[in-house]
Design a binder for this molecule. Structure first.
Ligand code: AMP
Length: 398
């Protein structure tokens, strides 16, 4: 089935037009700066130069209008008419009570409105994207695939915070996790590579990109994950702090007279690799600076590596038996250095990789040493394909 996959951010819209069965990508691109001066679309069709249009786009509806215009363009486009698109799959970061891929209706949109409080940076864009598509192609099936869905299996003992229970029952405060579409894809891909049923497997899935998270997957279902109520908890990220003592928030807040919103910005946008190194949020930049002898860059890098290592240890203990560890995301897929450093010294947990297989590897591949009890894989993630497959399933079963 040919599906348009949309991943709408607050001021951006990433898209891919993809076949959900073969995985063939007909075209993809990015619209940026929606609602800001300098909006533009960059559209890529395999075998062609990127096609760029700069045009002010005041809203997501205007962005979707431009997207359809480009998709239909005689020279640069990839469809003949809008009916070629059989369905639209939307990535939604936070689904609140929606955990399964779901056909969009008014009730779904109301739930996504409620979930804005948990994903204020992401959900408004997703809602605007859906409304933009609905306004321009009424009646076409729109399906949402939520990042929190895969984590909805996490049992209460791992999902709840140790705060008064009423905040869970009344305010729905719990660990929802994020990157679930990627963790699910990586789990299924690992099972495929191991030629096993996912229900038989315990896997630690490690998604390391600008945002980073790690999941303990037990018998194919998520048992714990590092991101929490929001994507701030867990690993050290590009600009996010990950785990910290909550007292850091009120201590700094009181000391510097910062509001909740300012603390939110500090921890989400000014922390992580960027905050510690003072150089960049980008893993490559920080690695280069550390290699050149920058001490703070080295500390930031060590913090990043050690945090992942710590979670692998914790999840090995929680799972009891680990069959595989799989790496994805810009860092997990591309950095042999990160993978080697993270897994260094974990031989007691039955984890060792073969440097000859790891060095320079970026493709889907097993990198474990022959005697490693735990198998280690690079499993480049493909969230768009996952969304397309889930969308196809919903549309076929309407
Ligand atoms: P993502 O958010 O998944 O696109 O990942 C972005 C992160 O991946 C950035 O921190 C990049 O520095 C990092 N990254 C991309 N390519 C490489 C590479 N070849 N080696 C190390 N890090 C990389």
């Amino acid at each position: 089935m040919d599906i348009l996959v949309l991943n709408s951010g607050s001021s951006s819209l990433k898209y891919q037009y993809i076949n959900s069965v073969s995985g063939k990508v007909y075209g993809k691109g990015l619209i940026e700066r929606i609602g800001i001066e300098g909006s533009n679309i960059e559209h890529k069709k395999p075998g062609s130069e990127p096609y760029v249009i700069e045009r002010y786009l005041p809203s997501h509806t205007e962005a979707v209008k431009l997207l359809f215009e480009v998709l239909l363009d005689k020279e640069h486009g990839i469809i003949n008419n809008l009916d070629d698109i059989q369905a639209i799959g939307h990535r939604v970061v936070h689904g609140a009570s929606i955990t399964e891929p779901t056909l969009v209706n008014d009730e779904v949109l109301e739930t996504l409105e409620f979930a804005k409080r948990f994903a204020p940076l992401h959900n408004p864009g997703a809602i605007a994207g859906i409304q933009g598509v609905e306004a321009l192609t009424p009646g076409k099936p729109n399906v949402i695939v939520v990042d929190t869905g895969f984590h909805s299996d996490i049992p209460q003992e791992n999902a709840l915070y140790a705060i008064p229970y009423k905040y869970y029952t009344e305010d729905k405060i719990k660990r929802y996790g994020a990157h679930g579409i990627s963790h699910k894809y990586v789990t299924l891909k690992t099972a495929e590579l191991m030629e096993k049923d996912p229900e038989e497997l315990n896997v630690i899935t490690v998604h390391l990109g600008n945002g980073a998270s790690i999941s303990a997957v037990k018998n194919g279902h998520c048992y714990d994950t590092s991101m929490g109520l929001t994507p701030l908890e867990g690993l050290v990220m590009g600009t996010r702090s990950g785990d910290l003592d909550p007292a850091v928030v009120f201590t700094i807040g009181k000391q510097h007279d910062l509001s909740y919103d300012q603390m939110d910005t500090l921890l989400n946008k000014e922390s992580g690799l960027l905050g510690v190194s003072g150089i960049s949020s980008d893993f490559r930049d920080v690695t280069e600076a550390a290699e050149a002898g920058n001490e703070r860059a080295q500390i930031a890098l060590d913090m990043f590596i050690n945090r992942v290592k710590k979670y692998i240890g914790a999840y090995s203990a929680l799972l009891g038996r680990v069959d595989a560890i799989s790496f994805a995301g810009g860092i997990g897929e591309n950095s042999d250095f990160a993978r080697a450093e993270i897994l260094k010294g974990l031989e007691n947990l039955g984890i060792s990789i073969d440097p000859a297989l790891n060095d320079g590897a970026r493709e889907e591949k097993e990198i474990s040493a022959k005697d490693s009890k735990v198998r280690v894989f690079i499993t480049p993630t493909n969230e768009e394909l996952m969304i397309a497959r889930e969308t196809q399933y919903i549309v076929e079963n309407l």
